[in-house]
Write a protein that binds this ligand. Structure first.
Ligand SMILES: [Zn+2]
Length: 508
């Protein structure tokens, strides 16, 4: 047997130490000896990768004449990490599989909510664990309460489109505060529409039902929930009110809160206000766990609508700001993490046609979302049957995107003009039965052609590129502050996020 020289032994020890550091994430978690946070904020920006947040910062910098960027609150959090997001059966994840990974610490299959990949076994979520440890639990979102991300924290269903069953799980959870968007199908699920992909993913309109099932909101009331649906009732809610389902009075497509850009600068109840109310209602001696989702960042990214994305990111950041104010009062007891489920749109801070040029300030000339603009176009189509004029389409684009307005510095090149004219023609002749070829999809996705083209041209003039109408597999940043936040530094997997949180509260 050969004897190892002392220097070789120290080398082996050094190497072992090096390699164990490569896996620092799990071992740090296993060895965590610190306190359990009493107040936990878990923010999830749906579809929010690095670019979405940084574009909002570049935009704020540009309109406020600062050089470079103006930092979002969420990017002032001192600890940062990144994680991978792949699902068990697809590299590019979806909100259900990603939400389940972020809520349970287990990789699951696409569309599955709170269950294992084979859709056989329900999985415990961090919110349920927090509830069982005595925390009060809140779920806040700008999309419907039964949408994939919020559902992943309280529901256990084989697919995300089982909205009715998910809404039954909602009141079964016993969580203390649900707030934001509505319940998509309180009386049973409509037929799944194979043509209308958006509706199946909860973004579009709902289907009427012939056979109604027991109303899940009424059932929630029987289970002891108070149902609040107006600004007046919302304002009346106060400390001590428990088991509240609070739905914004004005909802748009998919029972979601309206896009901020469509609200003339003032929303009925903002995501930040829902978060603030959550703190008031949930705060108690045993602490609370609150998940807050900015759900429509994703939807606007699917549509490649940069101006709307920016406003949604800012709304989300305002909610983070509310939590940070709370943190300042309770720094030794609070943990805030700001995460995302996946990136959407392949948003990039650069576009081939604009070379090295960026001009984020021009995005302020867009005054409504892709959704509202599409509605204008479909109204125009209805009201002017057979008498469509391309000048009318271009005038609408100029009014709502500023495109073609020389005073705004948004002159159109011949090529851009041609793109808009072709798209207008497609919009007017477009119907649901039309077979769309590959080129059609690459240009317009599943959206109104003129709307998508206007969004693309404005993005491109600003120096923003889009590679997809779907999600991408880009790793996602996570920012954190407070008790236990050291566990969220490094490059890990999305499943590590709830595993860390579970570790932090297991001995509470
Ligand atoms: Zn999405």
């Amino acid at each position: 047997m050969t004897r190892l020289k002392p220097i070789t032994i120290s080398l082996i020890i050094a190497l072992t130490f090096c390699f164990s550091n490569v896996f620092a994430q799990p071992s740090e978690r296993d060895n965590y000896q610190g306190e359990s946070p009493k107040y936990i904020f878990y923010f999830i920006g749906d579809g929010m990768g690095l670019s979405q947040a940084n574009t909002a910062e570049a935009y704020l910098g540009a309109i406020n004449n600062t050089n470079g960027i103006q930092k979002l609150k969420l990017n002032t959090l001192p600890k940062q990490g990144f994680y991978t997001t792949y699902a068990s059966d697809r590299f590019i994840t979806g909100s259900a599989a990603a939400g389940t990974a972020l809520s349970t610490g287990v990789k699951t299959s696409i569309s599955t909510i709170g269950m294992d990949a084979k859709r056989q076994k329900p999985l415990q979520t961090i919110a349920e664990m927090a509830r069982d440890k005595g925390y009060k639990v809140g779920i806040v979102t700008s999309v419907s309460l039964d949408h994939a991300t919020p559902a992943s924290f309280y529901a256990h269903q084989p697919t995300r489109s089982m909205y009715y069953n998910i809404s039954l799980d909602l009141s079964k959870s016993g969580f203390n505060y649900f707030a934001g968007g509505g319940i998509k199908h309180p009386e049973g699920d409509g037929k799944v529409d194979s043509k209308n992909i958006m509706a199946n993913f909860g973004m579009g309109e709902d289907v009427d039902l012939k056979n109604k099932l027991p109303n899940s909101i009424e059932l929630a009331k029987k289970r002891g929930y108070e149902f609040v649906n107006s600004v007046k009732e919302f304002n009346k809610l106060k400390k001590g009110d428990d088991k509240v389902i609070c739905i914004a009075p004005k909802l748009v497509g998919g029972k979601s809160l309206p896009y901020f850009i469509d609200q003339n600068g003032k929303s009925d109840i903002s995501l930040a206000e829902f978060t603030e109310k959550g703190i008031e209602l949930l705060n108690n001696k045993k602490g609370f766990f609150m998940m807050v989702e900015g759900g429509k960042i994703d939807w606007a990214c699917h549509a490649n609508d940069a101006a709307t994305v920016i406003q949604e990111v800012i709304q989300f950041d305002n909610a983070v700001s509310v939590a940070l104010d709370f943190y300042k009062k309770h720094p030794k007891e609070t943990l805030i993490i700001v995460a995302g489920d996946h990136e959407t749109g392949g948003m990039a801070l650069g576009f081939s046609g604009s070379h090295y040029h960026s001009d984020f300030a021009i995005l302020q000339h867009q005054n409504l979302s892709y959704e509202s603009f599409s509605n204008l176009i479909s109204d125009y189509k209805k009201n002017n049957k057979g008498n469509y004029k391309v000048e009318d389409g271009l005038a609408l684009v100029k009014k709502h995107f500023g495109l073609g307005d020389a005073e705004k510095g948004l002159e159109l090149s011949e090529f851009e003009m041609q793109q808009l004219k072709t798209a207008f023609d497609k919009s007017m002749n477009y119907n649901k039965k039309m077979k769309k070829d590959d080129q059609f999809y690459l240009l317009y996705g599943s959206y109104d052609p003129l709307t998508t083209t206007a969004c693309h041209i404005l993005s491109q003039k600003a120096g923003i590129g889009w590679t997809s109408f779907s999600h991408t597999a880009a790793p996602i940043p996570i920012r954190s502050i407070g008790v236990g936040s050291d566990l969220f530094i490094g490059f890990f997997d999305n499943t590590d996020v709830p595993k860390n949180l579970m570790k932090l509260i297991e001995n509470k």
